[in-house]
Design a binder for this molecule. Structure first.
Ligand code: NAD
Length: 369
């Protein structure tokens, strides 16, 4: 790491990052980045993603989001994140992940979980390489957080609490989801169960929009079979960019970072945005939305379901305790953050950061000599 690639003055603050590790293994072709942001609350938990163009800046910001998310959720874990630079559809995925597991085996203050492009099987390969991992398959003692839709369930809990803050009734509310994957798909299913109606969804290949409503189970079956939501027989096909601005009550960005930015924030029609993805909006865009009265529940409050599930698994809890734990933590946090935001007139992210930072600082105080 050189000063040319990482500006210490700009990016290091009172929380972290504690460690930045660049991995290059010529034998396997592995190139990866691990950022351990803060371990004051405990060993860092955070997803490992496989994306061809993942950058240090992306991993650094995601690792910080995990520090805040884990602290906000009251978990005994710090925050970290990792990115493997490869296209999961083209690379020798198993080979790269096994090489990654060997490379991070000694990094004992980092516990990876599944993130974009990785699943439970990948976590099993990491464990088999002697590495810590969460989100393991059930057969080897895990609680498969993607299979049970832990993050999507948490988003639905968040929606229940947030909706009254922006005058919305979930029954009949229309929902658009950017990224119909392990977060987006179950979010649609759990919101449907609360009476909401999916009207638009996208994946990396395009988007589909049907104001009459899209059956999320049928859409999931189409995506599983054809590989993309664009094969859904009904509705209108849209570009990826247009998904974000369709008429809807609730927008859930659940794919890549920074998809909501200054150039498209003004065109967003949703009243409520639940950040399923990590860092899906720029700070500038969030401020623009706040000024327009659009309620944005930040990533590290809204999408904590997955890491709450991972923590239950890591500490040997029962699968049956996952949903009640997620519901209680996410409902309480959403209520606290949105109440503080309203009372103090500050953006929800700011209110959430104050709460989470206070918790990390308290944990840090026990480490001071
Ligand atoms: P995933 O790989 O299962 O799904 C991602 C989906 O997004 C895929 O359908 C993909 O085709 C689609 N996609 C990719 N690029 C896109 C684009 N430009 N426009 C629209 N769709 C696009 O990943 P995931 O686990 O669902 O994670 C999605 C996001 O949620 C990531 O930011 C991740 O960090 C975050 N997240 C995931 C979890 C979890 O439990 N899996 C928990 C918290 C946060």
């Amino acid at each position: 790491m050189t000063a040319a690639t990482f500006d210490v003055e700009r990016y290091c603050d009172d929380l972290g990052p504690e460690k930045i590790v660049h991995i290059h293994d010529p034998a396997s072709g592995l190139r990866a980045i691990v950022v351990i942001d803060n371990t004051a609350c405990g060993p860092a938990i955070g997803g490992a993603r496989m994306v061809a163009d993942v950058s240090l800046d992306e991993v650094r910001r995601l690792a910080r989001a995990m520090t805040l998310k884990n602290a906000a959720a009251g978990l005994p874990h710090g925050g970290g994140k990792s990115g493997i630079l490869a296209d999961p559809h083209k690379a020798d995925k198993r080979g790269l992940i096994r090489a990654f597991g060997r490379a991070i085996r000694q990094l004992t203050d980092y516990i990876p979980g599944p993130d974009m492009g990785l699943d439970e099987a990948c976590m099993a390969w990491l464990r088999d390489e002697g590495c810590r991992a969460v989100g393991l398959p059930r057969i080897i003692g895990g609680i498969p957080l993607d299979e049970i839709g832990a993050t999507g369930y948490g988003l639905a809990c968040c929606a229940e609490v947030a909706a009254p803050f922006c005058g919305l009734e979930l029954k009949g509310a229309t929902v658009a989801i950017e990224g119909f994957g392990n977060v987006g798909r179950p979010a649609a299913r759990f919101l449907e169960a609360l009476g909401a109606k999916l009207v638009a969804a996208s994946d990396s290949q395009g988007a589909v929009y049907d104001p009459a409503g899209i059956d999320s189970n049928k859409l999931a079956a189409v995506k599983k079979q054809a590989g993309t939501v664009t094969a859904y027989e009904r509705g209108q096909k849209l570009s990826l960019a247009n998904l974000l601005t369709v008429p809807c009550d609730i927008l859930i960005p659940a794919a890549r970072p920074d998809c909501i930015h200054a150039a498209n924030a003004a065109a967003i029609k949703a009243k409520l945005i639940l950040q399923g993805a990590n860092i899906p909006a720029t700070a500038e865009a969030e401020t623009m939305l706040f000024k327009r009265g659009v309620l944005v529940v930040p990533d590290f409050i809204a999408n904590a379901g997955g890491v709450i599930c991972a923590s239950v698994e890591y500490h040997g809890g029962a699968e049956s305790s996952v949903q009640p734990t997620i519901a209680q933590k996410i409902r309480d946090n959403t209520q606290a953050v949105l109440t503080h935001s309203r009372q103090a007139g500050v953006e929800p992210r700011r209110a959430a950061e104050i709460m989470a930072r206070e918790r990390v600082k308290l944990a840090q105080s026990f480490r001071q000599r």
